[in-house]
Design a protein around this ligand. Structure first.
Ligand SMILES: [Zn+2]
Length: 318
């Protein structure tokens, strides 16, 4: 008897729950019909109110357009003329970084027009800056710190067990010696996935083998430089002691085996503005700016060829 009562109680609770769920479903209609029926049942705005609203919106848009037209005019000048500094070196303009800037602003185009200024002002708001839409030095320094902050944090000097020797076919210079073709293992696997995606992208028109690999005569996306030992780095510095290039830094990310210099056009690793201007226009570089992050690679903004593997989906990267 007691058992039967328990059964009845369980049945009652289950029935109540079922009724509850059914009521919820019919009320929300899974969240869709409610919105539709609400829109249908809400009386439309009165014609006069509608006209007033439209006029107000148009006025606000017109004001915004003229505001950003002024910002756009300033950006057109600053793009080539802004005076700023990086790594103790005087810099001129931000035109070399337009692909990265567009990516940061989640824009398709990169013309420094009113749309650009409008997108920039939204980014400035999220960055806690005055939303002027003008890409001035303060805004540029904030962008540089965003790019620099997303680079590789892992500074572990690669030990031999962390490295593999990549085939010479992966290299820009196929005659590159064995000891200079070492790459950290995960980085290499990610690089191969990324290059396979690039090779399969018809918009790049890369020369590809039947197996879908980059053809021997294709130079774009090939590795120019990977792991560099401290000894090798010291030798490079001795060769060009005056070089301010980060590639020759005492504490280079190339020590980790996770930094790859990839061929993106022009002189492979030459920081002269004219060379970088050429590189940032190539489809290969632009593809990397749009896609490398999917494969775990982040740019070093100043060197279009230098990419660092931080992994995928790591908010606090390794
Ligand atoms: Zn590099």
């Amino acid at each position: 008897m007691k058992q039967k009562k328990t059964h009845l109680a369980v049945f009652a609770v289950a029935l109540a729950a079922l009724v509850g769920v059914l009521m919820l479903v019919s009320r929300t209609g899974y969240g869709q019909t409610q919105a539709d029926s609400k829109a249908a049942s809400t009386p439309a705005l009165q014609p006069l109110a509608l006209v007033e609203k439209r006029t107000a919106v148009a006025a606000a848009e017109k004001q915004e357009t003229s505001l950003f037209a002024d910002a756009a005019a300033r950006n057109t000048v600053l793009k080539y003329e802004l005076s700023w500094a990086f790594g103790g070196k005087q810099q001129r303009g931000w035109y070399l970084y337009t692909p990265l800037i567009s990516r940061l602003l989640e824009m398709d185009g990169e013309a420094a027009g009113p749309d650009f200024a409008s997108a920039l002002s939204r980014w400035q708001t999220t960055a806690g800056l005055h939303p002027s839409g003008v890409l001035d030095d303060e805004t540029l320094y904030r962008m540089v710190s965003a790019w620099q902050g997303s680079r590789l944090k892992n500074k572990v000097y690669a030990t031999p067990d962390m490295l593999l020797q990549a085939p010479s076919a992966d290299f820009y210079d196929p005659a590159r010696p064995d000891e200079l073709r070492q790459v950290e293992r995960e980085t290499y696997a990610a690089y191969k996935r990324m290059v396979a995606a690039a090779a399969a992208d018809p918009s790049l028109g890369l020369k590809v083998t039947a197996a879908g690999e980059l053809a021997p005569e294709e130079k774009f996306f090939k590795i120019v430089s990977s792991f560099r030992s401290r000894e090798h780095q010291a030798a490079l510095r001795a060769q060009s002691p005056d070089s301010g290039r980060a590639g020759l830094a005492v504490n280079s990310p190339h020590f980790t085996g996770r930094a790859l210099d990839l061929y993106v056009g022009g002189e492979p690793v030459e920081t002269k503005d004219s060379n970088r201007a050429l590189q940032v226009q190539t489809p290969a570089y632009r593809w990397l700016v749009r896609n490398a992050e999917r494969f775990g690679f982040r740019p070093y903004y100043y060197e279009p060829w230098h990419w660092e593997y931080v992994g995928v989906g790591t908010a606090e990267n390794k």
